[in-house]
Design a protein around this ligand. Structure first.
Ligand code: HEM
Length: 418
């Protein structure tokens, strides 16, 4: 088209899109786990669009916030749909990003030369957590208020932290100034995430995607992104949207907390203050250390550990496929994260406290002790054969599946009871 040529000559965006999205050489052996990056991008767009429409009707004031959300649900045209898409979209986004990270962990995508790509990913995760936390405060329900109170109070663990907490609140408790600034920042942060995602993509396109073998693909092992991966991504998107729609239309409150349908009341503390499910493993780490400062340091330490992963795991072989011990420990780690998530939802007492402590200890031992040791002692496999999956690995996979199955069944029963 003449007009596009005219623009492209002066501002080469068409060339950029053609090079980076159409012709972009991609390894030909990527499996479906490589779909989660594009799904994360689409989730981000869905969240931003639904959020902008919600913001047109939401009132960020402690006297009106709760009612304005009810009004969106009952009176705004399709307000219920926009809200359920946004509410459940947060959970879908975290599921997709956690799977995206697990893929990277298993296939060693964080290793040289993709260290910065990985670090930018962890920065995105932190920004997502901050955005989700502030978003949860906006409906001004009981869990919004008390969750915000507990989490902002964590800063008081540091010396001089009391004044930081008051500065965050804009007063002497969580109140109207807090709600206002959380709304402003909740609107702003997704745009920051878009910026970091652009850096993430620039860094990805510098060396191209890793692949299941972990061996850098040569030029003739690559195919153009379009149409091969656009069609594969579209298929993944179809499956994703079916699951998303099922949750929105048939079980929209599955991930929610019933207590958040009660308006915030600073005089009544709910019996159990639980964060959203995607924070639970980190919440469990926080609570498993007896001192407040220790807990906060352990929680931030858990995220910091992810950041420096490329330097903790220096084994020359990239993919878990060819690393017999690493691949088994990977499943132990997944299981351990499931246990931490379960403990995060339980009161910090008795047996739960001890299981939480053991799982927290394992988290750090896994990355700080096992990874450096594997570098010295693990011998890589020469080939990837199906029969190399040993009994222990099968058992561990089965255990992970059983735990997730039981946890889902348990959660569903709990919801039905409520
Ligand atoms: C908004 C969130 C995110 C978006 C939109 C996003 C987007 C993408 C896309 C489109 C790709 C290429 C396709 C693929 O490999 O799946 C990719 C690759 C990658 N991402 Fe992300 N990402 C996000 C979050 C993260 C996080 C939280 C991490 C890790 C902490 C991460 C680490 C990686 C790595 C290591 C790769 C390279 C994978 C490989 O080539 O094997 N990303 N990302």
């Amino acid at each position: 088209m003449k007009i596009l040529e005219w623009i492209d000559y002066r501002l080469p965006i068409v060339t950029l899109f053609r090079k980076e999205l159409k012709e972009y050489p991609t390894p030909k052996n990527l499996n479906y786990l490589w779909n989660f990056g594009s799904l994360a991008g689409i989730s981000l767009v869905i969240m931003m669009l639904s959020g902008i429409f919600l913001a047109m009707h939401y009132v960020p004031h402690v006297d009106y916030a709760f009612d304005s959300v009810e009004r969106i649900m009952r009176e705004v045209n399709f307000g219920w749909l926009i809200r359920y898409v946004h509410m459940n979209g947060a959970s879908m986004f975290f599921i997709v990003v956690y799977l995206h990270m697990l893929r990277g962990l298993y296939y060693g995508s964080y290793k040289k030369p993709r260290e910065l790509l990985w670090i930018l990913g962890v920065v995105i995760l932190l920004l997502m957590m901050a955005t989700a936390f502030m978003g949860y405060v906006l409906p001004w329900g009981q869990m919004s208020f008390w969750g915000a109170t507990v989490i902002t109070n964590l800063f008081s663990a540091f010396p001089g932290g009391e004044s930081v907490v008051q500065w965050l609140w804009g007063g002497f408790s969580v109140g109207n100034p807090t709600l206002n600034r959380f709304f402003a920042l909740h609107y702003l942060f997704p745009f920051l995430i878009v910026g970091v995602v652009m850096l993430h993509m620039t860094s990805l396109h510098r060396f191209g995607s890793n692949n299941p073998t972990g061996v850098e693909a040569k030029a003739n092992d690559k195919i153009p992104f379009h149409p091969y991966y656009t069609i594969k991504d579209l298929f993944g998107l179809g499956v994703y949207l079916c699951i998303y729609a099922f949750i929105v239309f048939f079980m929209p409150n599955f991930f929610g907390e019933p207590d958040n349908y009660i308006q915030a009341n600073p005089l009544v503390t709910p019996p159990h203050i639980v964060p959203e499910w995607y924070f639970l493993p980190f919440y469990a780490i926080l609570r498993s250390i007896p001192s407040k400062l220790g807990g906060v340091l352990a929680m931030f330490g858990a995220v910091f550990t992810l950041m420096i992963l490329p330097w903790l795991d220096r084994h020359p072989v990239r993919s878990g496929r060819y690393r017999p011990i690493f691949s088994k420990l990977f499943w132990v780690m997944v299981l351990n994260m499931g246990v931490l998530g379960w403990i995060g939802a339980k009161p910090p007492e008795g047996m739960y406290l001890w299981i939480g402590r053991a799982a927290t200890a394992y988290y750090f031992v896994h990355f700080w002790v096992f990874y450096p040791l594997l570098d010295k002692f693990e011998k890589a496999r020469e080939s990837h054969q199906k029969e190399s999956v040993c009994g222990l690995e099968k058992l561990l996979r089965l255990a992970v599946l059983c735990i997730f199955g039981c946890a889902t069944a348990f959660l569903m029963r709990l919801k039905r009871k409520k």
